[in-house]
Design a protein around this ligand. Structure first.
Ligand SMILES: NC(=O)c1ccc[n+]([C@@H]2O[C@H](COP(=O)([O-])OP(=O)(O)OC[C@H]3O[C@@H](n4cnc5c(N)ncnc54)[C@H](O)[C@@H]3O)[C@@H](O)[C@H]2O)c1
Length: 335
């Protein structure tokens, strides 16, 4: 059963203009909380939160967590979603990505200590790297290349987890760490280079679907509303679990299977085209979610086909508005 915060709290959502953060802002407002959305708009978009900006309980602060401004008044909860999540975007400024996860997370933890706020860090399955254990449980320490082009994100997120657990051990902040696996749904940028948005947008624009490598690599895809349920359940769990918690959908699909599903939904989609696999791209991904089930009573409910249909419906409305400036970039972006 999903638990919710007591009504009327002040919730800071950093990265609140991004894909997942914007859903979280909407969820917190719907539950009657005051929301402070802080974002530097590096990958987030103003159009994603446009309808929230005039809502009475919503405050937008444009800032970078690396140079966190003072925040006046009480803060009860901090959800840290701030970090570019798509490889081409987090690799565009790798030092900024790393510092977001070290300096930025430390700044937020100091703010949480000052305010007495509970803190949830959006970590990632990338802390497992290219895993040698399958499926991945929280006890697996991972297989990460610390000098490769993905390291700014993977090692950044690992450092952020370390910071969270040091603040927790020192009893300075009640920190919780969620390890998110691939998540998809409305509010994704059409041009951000993630596999689900790439394939859907290419199909809707009648372009061949780009597959990186053989397409036999696997991923598990969680619909965004399920993920948000899991984040809130972890944040509101009465006792600190003192362990990271995997949040993801354990259904495992090859990229070819995903592409075939998309092609079935958009009849007439051209054939697949194949491109080289990016460096250090993980071969297999599937969360072991027993801990989330046992502790939080959480498990995802939306099957991949149903989630893809909802996502496709959203992109059908979204694409005409942004197609002209994104067509070229979608075609050349990476998974
Ligand atoms: N979407 C996924 O599949 C997935 C999987 C694993 C982990 N995550 C994590 O979840 C979080 C949200 O991911 P998302 O998919 O919504 O990504 P996103 O890129 O859509 O959102 C990230 C948001 O953070 C903002 N941001 C980035 N750096 C910032 C900084 N230094 N200061 C302030 N704002 C900053 C961006 O402008 C954007 O609005 C990220 O931390 C990501 O690592 C996401």
């Amino acid at each position: 059963m999903t638990q919710t915060a007591t009504r009327g709290k002040t919730v800071l959502v950093t990265g609140g203009a991004g894909f997942i953060g914007s859903h979280l802002c909407e969820r917190m407002l719907a539950e009657g909380h005051r929301v402070i959305c802080l974002d530097n708009f590096q990958t987030g978009r103003r159009r994603t939160i446009a309808k929230l900006v005039d809502t009475p309980n919503f405050t937008l602060i444009e800032a970078d967590i690396i140079r966190l401004p003072a925040i006046s008044g009480p803060v009860d909860r901090i959800y840290n979603m701030a970090c570019a999540a798509s490889p081409p975007l987090y690799q565009a400024d790798p030092v900024h990505t790393l510092m977001t996860n070290i300096v930025g997370v430390n700044n937020l933890l100091m703010l949480a200590a000052e305010k007495g706020a509970r803190f949830l860090q959006a970590s990632t399955s990338e802390v497992y790297g290219d895993p040698l254990v399958h499926p991945q449980s929280e006890d697996y320490w991972g297989n990460v290349n610390c000098t490769g082009p993905r390291a700014c994100y993977d090692e950044g997120k690992r450092s952020a987890e370390t910071l969270c657990f040091e603040y927790l051990r020192a009893r300075r902040v009640d920190t919780r760490v969620a390890r998110l696996f691939n998540t998809y749904g409305a509010h994704m940028r059409p041009d951000d280079g993630r596999i689900v948005s790439n394939l859907i947008c290419q199909a809707l624009m009648n372009e061949p679907l780009t597959i990186y490598g053989s397409g036999q690599q696997t991923r598990s895809f969680c619909y965004v509303s399920d993920l948000v349920d899991g984040l809130v359940a972890l944040m509101e769990y009465q006792v600190n679990p003192e362990t990271p918690i995997n949040l993801g959908n354990p259904g495992e699909f090859t990229i070819i299977e995903l592409a075939d599903m998309v092609r079935e939904m958009v009849p007439g989609t051209p054939e697949l085209t194949f491109m080289p696999l990016p460096v250090d791209d993980p071969q297999r991904r599937r969360p072991d979610i027993r801990r989330a089930k046992e502790l939080l009573g959480w498990s995802p409910r939306i099957q991949l086909r149903a989630g893809l249909e909802k996502t496709m419906e959203w992109f059908r409305a979204e694409l005409p508005a942004v197609a002209s400036q994104t067509t070229a970039r979608i075609s050349s972006s990476r998974p």
